[in-house]
Structure formats: C-alpha cells, structure tokens
Design a protein around this ligand. Structure first.
Ligand code: 13P
Length: 231
C-alpha cells in the first residue's frame, strides 16, 4: 500500500485504522504510514485523553496525522460482530459535543471520529443519522470529522453528513458484501446455464475486483459531488 501510494499521482494518506497500542503505531509509522487512528473510545474518558495525548506526541515526531475517537459506534469493526444493528441495538453512544470540544483541545488531534448514528458492519434496518448532533460537534470541536461505519448509508445522507462537517468516510463492509454477492450470482448463472459447471477462481476474483471498483467509483463520485473538501 505504501509503495502504491508513493507511485500515485493523487494525494494519498496510508492510514492505520483502529489502533489501540502505541508500539503497533510505531511499527506502522516506521514502515511509512502517514496517519494513525488511535481508538480509545472504549476506555474511560480520562484514560482516552491520556493515551491520545501520547499518540499525538508520537505522530508529531513522525509528522503524521492523528485521528482519535470519543463516543461509541457500538460494534468495533466489521467482522468482529455479524451485525452493527441500529444505534440502540448495537449499544452505540453519541459523541457529546462539549466533551468533543474539550477532547480536541487537550489532545491536539487532527481529525475526530464521532458517533452520530452510524455503526460498523451491516445495518439491521435503515441507518438513522443525527445531523443535529453532528453539526453541534463540528461547531464546537472545529476540526474535520470522520464517519466510521460509513458503508450502507444512502447517497443523500452522505451529502448531508458532508454538509454538516464530515471530511473522511470509512467505507468497507458494503463494498465487500456487493463483491461477494456478485461472485455468488456468477456461480448461480453458470450453474443454471449448465448444471455442475466449473466456476474458476480467476473468474471469481475478476468479478469481485470489478464490482469493488464500480462500487468505489460510485461512492467517490457521490462524495466528490457532496464537495468533500480537504479541511
Ligand atoms: P463499514 O463497516 O461501514 O465499512 O465501516 C468501516 C469502518 O468504519 C472502519 O473503521
């Protein structure tokens, strides 16, 4: 990834997601990562502040960017639990805007991951995003905000979230889901045309890759139309 980023003509950041450990961040930064997310959201607030400050000092030494989180998205990461569910079902806790402002000030982070209704993984129902909470966080914290659990959200909600202060969107689960569905559909098509037909690995990977590329082209266009600015 680092070699690809170096060759890219686009401005690219290679970012370590959901890091909970200083020594793990050091490994990534030594390798050439240009950004780290420290996830202390499950810790008591004071401990999150203390560890985020230590991470901020480390990132300054490497001239890398730092993302931290307060509030909770419920399930930690896609794959750890099967379903993110709604905010109530997943146990997510909205970020408190006043606490977010204080957190940003004391830690010196660059971008803030906040909870306003998105959850990691597959949504059990329609996501219900709270744009008032998001706007309040942006107004008080005054830093670019990050949407975790960003896949599975409607195009309209991406535009509204960007309007309210989101500047980075974490997107994986639904891209991987659509690619998996496309591979299954390919196998179904081949086998209904010819019972027992062989479905080759190279056809599956090609289909998965094409679907992933189409999905990411679509969402990046949506994000760009929402005029996702850099700061
Ligand atoms: P999704 O589960 O919606 O892809 O979100 C991924 C994420 O936020 C990783 O940090």
């Amino acid at each position: 990834m680092i070699a690809l980023a170096e060759r890219s003509s686009a401005l690219v950041c290679v970012h370590l997601d959901h890091c909970e450990d200083l020594s793990y961040a050091v490994r990534a930064l030594d390798m050439g990562f240009t950004g780290v997310m420290f996830d202390g959201s499950a810790l008591p607030y004071e401990t999150n502040v203390e560890r985020s400050c230590r991470m901020a000092s480390l990132c300054r030494d490497y001239q890398a960017g730092l993302e931290c989180e307060i509030g909770s998205m419920g399930s930690r990461e896609a794959g750890e639990k099967d379903e993110g569910g709604t905010v109530e079902e997943s146990g997510a806790v909205y970020t408190n805007p006043d606490q977010a402002a204080e957190f940003v000030k004391v830690t010196g982070l660059d971008i803030l991951a906040c909870s306003f209704g998105t959850v990691h993984g597959i949504y059990k129902g329609e996501p219900h995003l709270n744009f008032d909470v998001l706007s309040d966080i942006r107004a008080l914290a005054k830093v670019p905000l990050v949407m975790h659990g960003g896949s599975g959200v409607s195009d309209e909600d991406y535009a509204r979230a960007i309007d309210a202060g989101i500047r980075k969107i974490n997107y994986y689960t639904y891209g991987a889901k659509y690619a998996g569905e496309a591979v299954c559909a390919l196998a179904d098509r081949r086998r209904s045309a010819k019972p027992g037909a062989v479905v080759y690995w190279h056809d599956m990977t090609r289909t998965a890759y094409d679907t992933l590329r189409d999905t990411f082209e679509h969402v990046v266009t949506v994000f760009a139309n929402g005029a996702l600015p850099m700061a």
